[in-house]
Design a protein around this ligand. Sequence first.
Ligand code: IMP
Ligand code: MG
Length: 175
Amino acid sequence: MSATHLRVLLPAAQIHSRIAEMGAEIDRDYAPSEPVYLIGVLKGACIFLADLARAMKTPTRLEFIGISSYGRGKTSSGQVRITKDLDVPVEGHHVILVEDILDTGVTLTYLVKMMAQRKPKTLRVATFLDKPERRQSPVKVDYVGFQIPDEFVVGYGLDYAEDYRNLRDLCVLEQ
Ligand code: IMP
Ligand code: MG
């Protein structure tokens, strides 16, 4: 087995100050009179979603959708499969899809299309990370935490074979 090494790319403090800004950006776009449904894509987005929701003053409802596209490796299978659907209808509500990372764009393309069919009042996308170099399928995102280079990252919710999700910093996994 080759040794693995973690190199910090985004320290926790930098992540938290950016998420505070993102929360303020989102608050400017919505009226406080109606809740915004934050739909977290399991499992990677759960930590980002928890921090983003608390950075917002707009009332939120938290929902989750489970998908599998990556298996245990570092490259996408290119196939998206729903493993857990929403528990509630979102028709007529403001929805923000909350993702950990936008990579090839295959996952979000699929999810945006699927969510649009459920007739939300508005539909936007927030992603913690964006790796623009890897895009295969163009996706319009409304809120981006950080653009990062084409490196495999773990921590702050992101995993490699289910490990490293609880790291506070975002790290590059070097092998
Ligand atoms: P896409 O469909 O290629 O855009 O892939 C998005 C999904 O791939 C994300 O939700 C992640 O689960 C996974 N992914 C892509 N890049 C990374 C990475 O660098 N680290 C961990 N997971 C990643
Ligand atoms: Mg993943």
